[in-house]
Design a protein around this ligand. Sequence first.
Ligand code: G6P
Length: 607
Amino acid sequence: MCGIVGYTGAQQAAPILLEGLRRLEYRGYDSAGVAVHGGGGIEMVKASGTVERLAEKIDGGAAMHGVCGIAHTRWATHGAPTDTNAHPHLSEHGTFAVVHNGIIENYAALRAELTAAGCVFRSETDTEVVAHLLERSYDGDFLRTVMRTAARLEGSYVLGVLCADEPGRLVCVKEAGPLILGLGIGENYFASDVTALVGRTKNVIYLDDGEFASLTPESVTVYDRTGREVTKTVSRVVWDLEAAEKGGYEHFMLKEIMEQPRAVKSTIAPRLRSGRVELDIGWSAADMASFRRIVLTGCGSAYHAAVAGKYVIESLCRVPVETELASELRYRDPIIGPDTLLIAVSQSGETADTIAAMRECASRGAKVLAIVNVVGSTIARLADEVIYTHAGPEIAVATTKGYTTQLAALYLFAVWAAEGLGRIEKTRYNELVAALSALPARMQRAIDLNTHVRYLAGRWHGQGAMFFIGRGMDYAAAMEGSLKLKEISYIHSEAYAAGELKHGTIALIDEKRLVVALCCQTALFGKMMSNVEEVKARGARVLAVAPEGDRRIFADADDVLFAPKGEELFVAAPELVPLQLFAYYVALENGCDIDKPRNLAKSVTVE
Ligand code: G6P
């Protein structure tokens, strides 16, 4: 949610900052801005709309002169996405420019105080208070002034600050949001995400909450809240710039769909050793036995992965598993104690609600396992143990490989825990290990089987609304398939447990409606066919997702997408592939901005 980037070095800052913003645009894309320190003070340009609009306004950066600067791409919280509300924000006399990711919760009180003291505000943002507070408490010491100001702020704030008195120096602070420092030779950076930096440096420092950094071209110094210097570890980013580029695909989303076989392999392969699942987490089988129940949490697609994970874990481990949206769990006064294992699922590792739910549960004694893609992210660092999905950078706002690798990690966990708990026969265990090992090839088969999705998307893209139905794991996959469609194509779509549709929603079914019916579990196939009959009897058209080669489906469905056969417990991952492709091609037919759907952001670091 909002991307920030900062540069100080010997080169012109604006083109470098623009390049960083382009790579952070998945975090927000309603307006953008840059401030650089030229010889004569701070120069600033902002534009509503995309980073490209900003780039046009400053001639790709050539129109701005200065070797040190900060930049921002916004997902609006306070105030509409106008030029004025775009970041950076300047203090009254131009001493400070500020970019901010997060929400300053006490901004109204601070704004009232500043207004009473005669301060004139230009924007409607919460961020502008920071610029004015900085200037009003400035005593000539840039870093200490930022520290003093930060101490007055409540909420989440990752700030990047430029001071007119100190050309070549940047100060930044992280409180409840991601911030990474990039170390170059004769130049240094900060950014919300390594994707903004990886084209320029692979040496990074992950800041912790409450830490401040001062950057010059030659030095990077990190301080804690009390102003004491902190020694930080320098980490090396393992992937290359190409991983964060489109690689010939029209959209990142399509590239990431196609990458799923490889991504799922990266999750699974390192954890299968000598025919066993090895998770390298610090709990033994005995520790697992001390958990009387498991709670899975996350937001959006990560929550959908959790729902699919619940079926698999419960079925194999025979431990009660609940799922709860992180945004609900955090405020529910949950009954959670040391006998609970919380599994937090998150691609970015920065989702504010998931972080808060983890903290809430940990404070009640729960142990926390995180399933996360982004290495060094807040969720990974807060958790007791982590399973990284190793999906590689995911840029499209609508997650695809992020989701299926979360499923793969949950499958690994379920098989590992079932064995540790002694709840699984050796033969079944071996079968599941083989099925895990075969999952990447099954994902590839799912892609290969569905060459006609584009044709089907052409046929159905004009629908005003759709329903997705399924049972069990098919229902979990239906939730995700439906979300994919609505978030990128803007077609209204809902997922229902197939048996539930008749309790009200069937009133919306008529001859115009397309129902997507997921029928990939043998034991539930007959039940699904009854539900398909029910909607057909009301005139609906049916697009089925069925096991490869199952001819029975043609008796009832108008069109069919196939999911390759294999271990049914793991079906949610391969059966999602045709639905991702369907959503993609429907959105393409409808001329939507697929990688940057309206109103969304990939990393939601506010509540
Ligand atoms: C946003 C993204 C979704 C994602 C959700 C949770 O809404 O657009 O794709 O599923 O956040 O994100 P996380 O990074 O925690 O998986």
